[in-house]
Every structure is written in structure tokens, then in C-alpha cells.
Write a protein that binds this ligand. Structure first.
Ligand code: PGA
Ligand code: ZN
Length: 399
């Protein structure tokens, strides 16, 4: 039984305040969770409140329904109590940041009571040896860095890696290789919010650099590394222009579909996230029909980890994979439901961090527990390596 929940304001990787939750149980169990935070957030996401407000509201409305009432190990009960306490569809009352922090902390406490690793408690007892492949953010811009590429993320995908450990190191090597290539070309580059290089280069140049970097590292390590994108199309789309605004002009929806399809062919992209606006199921369906048999078309802002939006996508054959961000929907149960619906319908799952992160490692366990095909959690930087190193530990049976 949950005997106490403590909520506090802590820092995230951008220096913003976020919610940390501690859950304590009668039998001495303890779990901690921290909410991440997006910058290129989807229109249909659950709502994050200012941390202090989310904490105050959760203390008043959620804690009385949880403390002394619910077992930490019964994740569905915890998450149903959070939903009931909030009473809205988008957690606008207690805040999705309080909800997800408590949901994750309860899961960790439930695992602690059992003396089991979190991924096992979350359902991974019978998982096979397939580990999620980490997608590493190497170069980018969009909402994550000023004066850089229009496309938000260029992602290294070490699809031939024999282990998570080797995949994680391959992504870090691609990140270093790109640093060296930029230095050779005399292009200065700082890093964006997720640790990707944010040089002032055109998108075309970023494609060339990525292609060369993954090839160089693949030759070095002896397994296949390809790459992919998070276009974050909703951020590029402008209603008034009725198109996608790039530095070199506006692309109509048809031009955007052609542009992405051509890049998939030219660079053999294995992954394209949010190629189009979050309201454009039809465009996603058209692109999926064109290139869906050779690449993953993944909905992030399109689906926002929401089963009803995913259901709409499935009906229309829009995309063939879904990004899973627990804080987009507010609880781990909802995130797992989205993964299950995806799996039943042949959609791949990609568990993901946010651009604003903490040292929380829950998503590493969630990805392993659910057999997700990919996990997107950066390539370098402490709040990213927290998850990557946890994956290495899970693989080594050391958690
Ligand atoms: P966000 O971006 O966390 O800033 O929303 C990440 C993504 O778009 O995948
Ligand atoms: Zn995205």
C-alpha cells in the first residue's frame, strides 16, 4: 500500500523546473520518477502545468486518492486514480507532469517491493533477446536550436549492431565523426537541446554529412548503420502559407511528400518521424503508401501516444509506427495501451525521451519491457546517457 507520496520541484536539462515524485510503500518500497518536457510539443498532447502549480494541484486532488488507498504494484489502479483525480482528458487539472512523475514513481516502487528490475515489473519477464535499437540524435535544428537545419533531427540508426552496448557506442562514434567533419570544413557548431550538433548548414549538407559519417563508422565497427529523420513537420507547417516553410522557400503538401520520398530513396532512410503536419492523416497515408515498405513512417505529434489518434491512423493506414512518450498522455498504463494497439496492428513502437530531460531512466525499462523496436534517447549528454547506460546495464543483467 502506498503510505506517502512526496512531490518536489527539480531541474531539467534546460534549467527549467520539473516535477519529481517519490512513492513510499507500507512494506518499505521506494520509487522515484521525474517528468520530462517537450519544446516541439504536439497540439493534442496532455498538458504540462508550471511545476509548482502541478505539484500543488496533485497534492490537493491526487494524493488523497492514492495514499493509503492504492498498491504501488497495481499500476492500473494507480493510473486510474490519477485519471479520476484529474477528471479531464488531457490532465489539465493536476498536470501531465505531476501525473507521469507519480505514475513512474509508483512503477519503480512496485518493482522495489518485488525486488525485481523495473522492466520485469512492467511486463518484460518473458522478453526475448531482442533489444530496442537506439536512435541517436546527431545533427539538428528546428525548435531545438536556432540558425541550424530546418529538419529537427538527423538520427543515426545502428540497425546491424549485435548488442545494445555496441549500438550505443556506434551512435556516439557517429556524433564524434560529425564533429570532426564539421571541424575539417571549418563549420562551427554548438549543440542543440538534445546534444545534437547544431551547425548553420543547409538541410542538404546535413544529409551529405550524415551519409558520410554513418558509412565511415559502419566501416570501422563492421555492422550496418543507417540514418533517419525527425522532420517535426508540424513546426514547419504554416496555416497561412498552406505549406512547409524552409529557409529556401515554402513547400506545398504534395511537394513535401515528394521531397521526403526522394530523400528516402536517395539516402535509404530507415526512419522518418512526423514528415507532415499533425492534422494531416491523409498526407501521412499517401507517403506511407509510397515508401512505407522501405522505411518507418512514425507519428509523434500525429499520434501523441494516444490510442484514439492511433486508431484513426490505423484506419487510414497513416504511418506504420508510433512514437511513445509517456508524458504526452500522462501515465505508463496509457503508454503501454498505445504500444499494444500498435503491435496488434503491425505498427512499430519507438519509445522516446523529450528535449527537456532529467536523469530518470524509466523509458529504458519501458522500451525493453514492451519489446519496442527502437528507443530514441539521444547520443551524448548526461540526461541522455542516463538512459543509454541503463540499457547497457539491463543487457548485462546488472539492474
Ligand atoms: P520535443 O521534441 O521533446 O521538444 O517535443 C522531441 C521530438 O519531437 O521527438
Ligand atoms: Zn518528434
Amino acid at each position: 500500500l502506498i503510505t506517502d507520496i512526496r512531490l518536489r520541484r527539480v531541474l531539467d536539462s534546460r534549467g527549467n523546473a520539473t516535477v519529481e515524485a517519490d512513492v513510499l510503500t507500507e512494506s518499505g518500497g521506494f520509487g522515484r520518477g521525474k517528468a520530462p518536457s517537450g519544446a516541439s510539443t504536439g497540439e493534442y498532447e496532455a498538458l504540462e502545468l508550471p511545476a509548482q502549480e502541478a505539484i500543488a494541484n496533485a497534492r490537493e486532488d491526487a494524493l488523497p486518492r492514492l495514499v493509503g488507498e492504492v498498491h504501488a504494484g497495481n499500476q492500473r489502479d494507480v493510473d486510474n486514480a490519477l485519471r479520476a483525480a484529474d477528471g479531464t482528458d488531457d490532465f489539465s487539472s493536476i498536470g501531465a507532469n505531476s501525473a507521469v512523475a507519480i505514475s513512474m514513481a509508483a512503477a519503480a516502487a512496485g518493482a522495489d517491493v518485488l525486488g525485481a528490475p523495473l522492466y520485469q515489473h512492467l511486463g518484460g519477464t518473458f522478453r526475448g533477446n531482442e533489444f530496442p535499437t537506439p536512435l541517436g540524435n546527431i545533427v539538428g535544428g528546428g525548435e531545438h536550436a536556432a540558425d541550424a537545419t530546418n529538419i529537427q533531427e538527423f538520427l543515426s540508426a545502428p540497425i546491424g549492431a549485435p548488442s545494445v552496448e555496441e549500438a550505443v557506442f556506434a551512435n556516439a562514434a557517429v556524433h564524434q565523426e560529425v564533429h570532426d567533419m564539421l571541424a575539417d570544413r571549418g563549420i562551427p557548431a554548438g549543440k542543440g537541446d538534445e546534444g545534437a550538433w547544431a551547425p548553420s548548414v543547409s538541410d542538404d549538407e546535413a544529409f551529405e554529412i550524415m551519409a558520410e559519417a554513418v558509412e565511415t563508422v559502419a566501416d570501422d565497427v563492421g555492422f550496418a548503420i543507417q540514418f533517419g529523420l525527425d522532420v517535426a513537420g508540424a513546426e514547419l507547417y504554416d496555416d497561412e502559407e498552406d505549406g512547409y516553410v524552409f529557409d529556401d522557400g515554402v513547400k506545398s503538401t504534395d511537394e513535401m511528400i515528394d521531397y521526403i520520398a526522394q530523400k528516402v530513396e536517395e539516402y535509404d532512410l530507415v526512419y522518418v518521424e512526423d514528415p507532415l503536419d499533425e492534422n494531416d492523416y491523409e498526407g501521412h497515408a499517401e507517403l506511407t503508401e509510397r515508401v512505407g515498405d522501405q522505411t518507418l513512417i512514425c507519428g509523434d505529434d500525429l499520434f501523441v501516444t494516444n490510442v484514439s489518434r492511433l486508431q484513426t491512423g490505423i484506419q487510414q493506414d497513416a504511418g506504420n509506427s508510433i512514437l511513445i512518450k509517456p508524458n504526452q498522455i500522462g501515465t505508463l498504463s496509457d503508454a503501454v495501451d498505445a504500444i499494444e494497439l500498435a503491435t496488434e496492428n503491425g505498427y512499430a513502437s519507438v519509445v522516446s525521451h523529450r528535449s527537456g530531460e532529467t536523469e530518470d531512466t524509466t523509458i529504458a525499462h519501458l522500451a525493453v519491457a514492451t519489446g519496442a523496436e527502437f528507443i530514441k534517447t539521444g547520443a551524448v549528454g548526461g540526461e541522455r546517457t542516463a538512459k543509454l547506460n541503463e540499457l547497457i546495464r539491463i543487457e548485462d543483467n546488472a539492474v
